[in-house]
Write a protein that binds this ligand. Sequence first.
Ligand code: GRF
Length: 201
Amino acid sequence: VRLAILASGRGSNLQAILDAIKAGVLDARIAGVFSDRPDALALQRVPEALRWSRTPKSCGGREAFDAVLADAVAVCEPDWVVCVGYMRILGEAFVQRFAGKILNIHPSLLPKHKGLHTHQRALDDGDAEHGASLHFVDPELDGGAVIAQARVPVLPNDDADTLAARVLAVEHPLLLGVLQLAASGRLAERNGQATLDGQAL
Ligand code: GRF
C-alpha cells in the first residue's frame, strides 16, 4: 500500500515506519511526506523527491493551504493518509476527499485530552494512566473512531517530558501494529466505526 505521511515535527513516528518497511515487517511504501513546516525534521528523513512543504501563509491562508495540500496528496495516490505529529486541523474538504483513509496518532487516551499539551493535562488531572490513540480522522479535532490505544502508567515523579517519552515509546509499536492491519486490507471505517475484517472494533 502507498502511504502519504503528514508531519510537522521531528518525525520519530515516520522513522519507525521507514525502519519497519526496511526490516520487511511492514508491506508499504512511502508515497510522499507532506508538511506545513518547511523546516520539519521529518522531511529530512526521506529523499528529496518525496518531500512536499508549503506554509499556509505562502498559499494565501488556511483554506487555500488545505486545498493545495489535498491536491498534492492526491497526486501520490495514497491508500492511506497518515498524520504523525501533524499539528494542524485538516479542513472538512480534505477529510471528505480522503474519507475513511486518514489515520492520526494522538498522544492521549481519547476521548480524554483532545488537542494540545496532553501530557501536562494528564498530570494536572492526576490521571493514573496515560497513553496514545490511533484513530480515523473526521472533521472534529481528535474526534474520529478509535482503532487502538496503548497505555502507560503515570509515575509519581513524572513531568511532561518524562511522561511524553514514555508515551512515545509505546506510540511507535501502536502505529506499526495498526499500519500492518491497514496494509493487509483488514482495517476500514464504516458509519463512523473502526472495523477489522468487517467487525466493529
Ligand atoms: C507524537 O507524540 C504524536 O503523537 C504527536 O506529536 C508527536 C510527534 O512525534 N501528535 P514525532 O514527530 O513523530 O517524533
